[in-house]
Design a protein around this ligand. Structure first.
Ligand code: SF4
Length: 479
């Protein structure tokens, strides 16, 4: 969500006439902060401190801070770092160009934080990072109250976009060569709650299935509490919906789930996994797990290990619980000692790593379709492989020899056979079985990235293809 907001910020800035800096000497630096990660504030103030000499040397330079941490800390940011020019929150990212202008004109810092959403972020222009794959927000905010999570207090209640607007944005992206979209919401399964349509998400998946040229549809994140069978049926019956599910478990203990205020229980979670496996036997199921939540006993933790063993996740994002100020869990009794959490965490990792590896070994011999990506294979130069994602989301490193139409570009599609299932990825060292050049690959080769001009009132508008631009050096963007 945060990365996609950064694309909106980049689009807004371009529309306001700013040009992406080609090196570190930017006149404006925008931090889009996230409060979910640990130590987000230390990292922000560290980064701001490092920028201070550049700002002192160039008084015309402007620094803006937005996102969740800005929403949380508000005026505190300019108190702790008075060389910051603009602070804006999660509800008014569209105000950034105006606030920069006002700060320049008035020669004083501008802090503007709103309590509710001013404009749905998708109504703002976006400069996309990838030529072949795009994020599309279907909702923002969350109506749940998980006790470890700061999101509801910073992003507000769930706001759903109308299906027509979402589909118009997807069509606009496909018209610009995008092959794959990921539908984004804090809880995609409650999509439609605002306009009273319980089956809205499954209908949206099916509608995406009718969009000509859209090859892959993914979504994140579902919530086990609201996951309904019509979504599983839509996943199975819509050919361009990928056989992949990232469904946060958080804990396998009913007692811990209760104290996390996550209103499903382990047996419900497992029953969804069973149904998905029945409907989509090759689906890759991944998850998020928190170890060491306050009050977690050894028996509770064993419950998590049991659900992990039964679910056979392809991979899992595992986290050691740590307090987030402002959340109910931060003040709960029974915070666990670090060494207990660490020891459990290591046991969980060992179990999950073994499952991941076993499942990847089972992929050996399978033919996979891979959309070629950029920057996902750190060792590609040494191994002379290229990398990309299979339909189920697995990372595949492949030998780019065999059936090749001219050259292979990011965004092109190849098929190849898996020769080795490594612990965290698949290797395909045989010759390619096919290579399809795509418009996304053409756009990548020409240095063009999709730009959507914002979608309002169901009417799509299309951004002109960008001219080739030099490689960007970060400015905004943090997960
Ligand atoms: S479902 Fe829970 S963890 Fe996810 S955003 Fe909402 S409150 Fe946070």
């Amino acid at each position: 969500m945060n990365v996609h907001d950064s694309e909106r910020l980049a689009g807004l800035m371009e529309d306001a006439g700013y040009v992406r800096a080609a090196d570190d000497n930017a006149d404006i630096v925008v931090f889009n902060t996230c409060a979910v990660r640990e130590n987000a504030d230390n990292r922000l103030y560290g980064n701001l401190g490092r920028l201070r000499p550049a700002k002192d040397a160039n008084p015309g330079m402007q620094i803006a801070v937005g996102g969740c941490l800005a929403q949380k800390d508000r005026g505190e940011i300019v108190k702790r770092a008075p060389w910051v020019d603009v602070v804006f929150g999660t509800h008014n990212i569209g105000s950034l160009p105006v606030l920069l202008e006002r700060a320049r004109h008035n020669a004083e810092a501008q802090v503007e934080i709103l309590e509710s959403l001013e404009t749905f972020p998708s109504a703002l222009p976006a400069r996309r990072d990838s030529a072949h794959s795009a994020w599309v927000s279907i909702s923002v905010g969350c109506n749940n109250t998980c006790t470890f999570c700061i999101v509801p207090s910073l992003r507000g209640k769930e706001k759903d976009r109308r299906p027509g607007e979402i589909l118009a944005e997807v069509e606009a992206l496909v018209a610009e060569g995008v092959l794959e979209v990921t539908l984004l919401g804090q809880n995609v399964n409650s999509y439609g709650v605002e306009f009273g349509q319980r089956t809205a998400f499954s209908e949206l998946l099916r509608a995406c299935g009718k969009i000509e040229g859209l090859e892959r549809v993914r979504f994140t994140s579902p919530h086990p509490k609201d996951f309904t069978d019509d979504v599983i049926a839509a996943m199975a019956e819509t050919p361009n919906v990928c056989p992949q599910l990232h469904m946060p478990l958080q804990s396998g203990s009913d007692q811990v789930l209760k104290s996390m205020r996550r209103s499903y229980r382990a047996d419900r979670y497992l029953s969804i996994v069973d149904k998905v496996r029945t409907a989509l036997p090759h689906a890759a199921i991944t998850t998020d797990i928190i170890v060491g939540f306050p009050g977690e006993t050894e028996q509770d933790f064993q419950g998590t290990l049991d659900v992990v063993a039964a679910s056979r996740f392809t991979s899992a994002y595992t986290f050691q619980y740590s307090k987030r100020p402002g959340t109910p869990a931060a003040t709960m009794d029974d915070q666990l000692p670090k060494q207990v959490v660490q020891e459990r965490y290591e046991r969980l990792i060992a179990l999950q790593e073994q499952i991941s590896w076993d499942l990847n070994r089972e992929q050996e011999g399978r033919v996979v379709e891979v959309v070629v990506s950029e920057g996902e294979g750190r060792k590609d130069t040494a191994t002379r492989r290229l990398s990309g994602r299979a339909r189920d989301g697995r990372l595949v490193h492949f030998n780019p020899a065999g059936v090749v139409d001219q050259e292979i570009r990011p965004g092109d599609v190849v098929t190849t056979q898996v020769t080795y299932g490594a612990p965290h990825n698949l290797i395909a060292d045989g010759e390619l079985l096919s290579h399809r050049r795509t418009r996304a690959g053409d756009n990548w080769a020409a240095g063009r990235k999709p730009k959507t001009s914002g979608v309002t009132l169901g009417l799509p508008s299309f951004g002109a293809p960008a001219t080739p631009e030099p490689a960007a050096v970060g400015g905004c963007g943090s997960r």
